[in-house]
Design a protein. Sequence first.
Length: 318
Amino acid sequence: MIIIGIHDGHNSGASLFYDNKLICAVTEERFTRKKNEYGFPEKSINFLLKKHNLSKKSVDLISVSTISLPPKYFLTKRNTSFKISDYFKEQEVFWYKAIYQKKNINYCNLFKDKITSKNKKQYQFSKLKNENDSDGMLKLRKDKIANFFKIEKQKVLFFDHHLCHAYYGYYGLGEFNKKKIVVTLDGGGDGKNATISIGYKGKLNTLYSTNIGNIGRMYRYVTLMLGMKPTEHEFKVMGLAGYYLPGKDTDQICKIFDETLDVKNAKFYYKKKPKDNFFYFREKLKNYRFDAISFGIQNFTEKILKKWFLQINKKYKI
């Protein structure tokens, strides 16, 4: 059986499986030369087919990661096209007005300079209700893939974002005879950003999922407030953390993060819930140096993850 795997969100790409074995995987940015490429990975798919002497007709199934993606990100290609200034604009003009002023801002109008004629041709966007119509976008994505491969729509299967992350880790380990704990944690996907599953005999059973495991979002917006590109330059923040020399302000900066998100009984909860993850921390951290801020978020990340993992181990005894 030949299966093509597709991711059409940010960092899009494709993979080829033959009889349940991964043969090849590529990312679209390798071909377009645009970092964090977004959308249908046509060049990646064509590469896989050509390299392995396959026709579209020879493909048996298409497996797509992530069910819910809003049209506005396909139209703007946000992760591909945005500069750091655009991410600040997104926070200050879109999210601030939406969260603090309860205003309804049209995202595509705000970033109309990012919408190219080429982007518009990717899908039949005129069929959608609005820029947030993820259900309609799912249908367009399925239609495009089915038409591209000339395959029946029932052979185009979509899978939950975090389930894909979890199975990647589980199958990568390759140990199926003993029970294993599998966790996921990211900025967000399909309404979740953290999960706990038990893997056994090649199958996963998800025991816990939440959308408030906001470590990834906190780290992302610290990256932005330090003047770097979110969802790309977080590794620089991690590197900067090591240059901080603990001093008088260490306890203060740790407290800013520690007093918000926490874990209990292997579940995330808020001791103090910020209204958002950008403006709240920007105000709290405005008087601290970049290396101190980097240390603060990295220290918080390490402590809360260690705490979570130990609680998971205690709770599930695996």
